[in-house]
Design a protein around this ligand. Structure first.
Ligand SMILES: O=C1C[C@@H](O)[C@H](O)[C@@H](O)C1=O
Ligand SMILES: [Co+2]
Length: 301
């Protein structure tokens, strides 16, 4: 098993959350980045509160941290490709300046991610013509991303039109592998389908970025039966760091590395920072990675 080509990151989302900007608002960029160093990670993703590129670069250099990428909400179906290209290029320029590797795209047309309705039952479903528009648009955005030295990785997400394994299959079939890769997020596919290995096995060749998000099964069951929204669910503690929930990350990590995956694995566990101390959980995640994933006893033959 090869470990040397994995870069371990942790997302700002445990400190401050773009879906609810008011929580953790007192956590500054400097605080976040210094916590990431203390917890032993190599980098992070850009959060909505991050400053201009030259200010961010200074703070990163001082701590020898790197940027993996940043989320981009696309509205290709709602607004058309032409209106999506301007904001997409602007974000690519920023990401190029901070030397990122990927731009994380999620189509938000019809998304209930930020709405006060059940994320478990109210997701949008795209028509055949909407699928065509989306796939063509993503191919185009992926080709633009490459002009900036970036790879477009598509984030399947609860409450959106690309949530289930079946939808991921269709998206992968409809897009060009040279333009569109897959961001594999363990937590989202587990909450959606109760299974995280199927899309990993099926699309390993397309996976260009990884989010390690764990889920607490009893909280998830309560959120599902209570018809909670996405935001109510994560504030209730549906997600947590790897090793603290019910996902078997050994199986996931071994499959990734045995298949030759190289690149970022970013721990991403949105919780309420007033309830789950961000540095404490970051340290917990790093300990689990070191002691359980990177130190595995080889099987005796
Ligand atoms: O990658 C992600 C970015 C967040 O903004 C999102 O809501 C979260 O769930 C996620 O997986
Ligand atoms: Co994610």
């Amino acid at each position: 098993m090869s470990e040397q080509h994995i870069a371990w990151g942790i997302a700002p989302i445990g400190w401050r959350n773009d879906d609810i900007p008011e929580i953790g608002a007192g956590n500054t960029l400097q605080h976040l980045l210094s916590d990431i160093v203390v917890a032993g990670f190599e980098g992070t993703e850009v959060g909505g509160f991050f400053p201009e590129a030259h200010i961010l670069n200074k703070e990163l250099e001082l701590r020898k941290l790197r940027i993996a990428g940043q989320w981009f909400s696309s509205f290709i179906i709602r607004d058309g490709l032409d209106r999506s290209i301007g904001p997409f290029r602007a974000q690519c320029r920023y990401l190029q300046e901070v030397k990122a590797d990927v731009i994380v795209v999620s189509e938000q047309t019809g998304s209930v991610q930020g709405l006060d309705c059940s994320v478990f039952t109210e997701k949008p479903h795209f028509s055949d013509s909407e699928w065509d528009v989306l796939c063509r648009g993503l191919n185009e955005l992926g080709s633009i991303a490459q002009e900036y030295g970036l790879r477009l990785v598509y984030h399947h997400h609860m409450g959106t039109g690309i949530q289930t394994a079946e939808e991921v299959d269709r998206l992968m079939a409809g897009t060009d592998p040279s333009n569109v890769q897959l961001l594999y997020d363990t937590g989202h596919i587990f909450v959606s389908d109760g299974d995280y290995m199927t899309i990993l096995r099926k699309h390993i060749e397309r996976i260009g970025h990884v989010h390690f998000k764990d889920a607490r099964r009893t909280v998830l069951d309560d959120c599902r039966s209570g018809g909670k929204s996405f935001m109510q669910s994560f504030l209730s503690g549906m997600f947590t760091v790897p090793g603290d929930g019910c996902i078997n990350f050994k199986e996931v990590y071994n499959f990734l590395t045995d298949s030759g995956y190289t690149g970022w694995i970013v721990v991403e566990a949105e919780q309420d920072p007033d309830v789950a101390h961000p540095l404490e959980y970051a340290l917990m995640a790093r300990r689990y990675i070191n002691e359980t994933l990177l130190t595995q006893t080889p099987i005796q033959t």
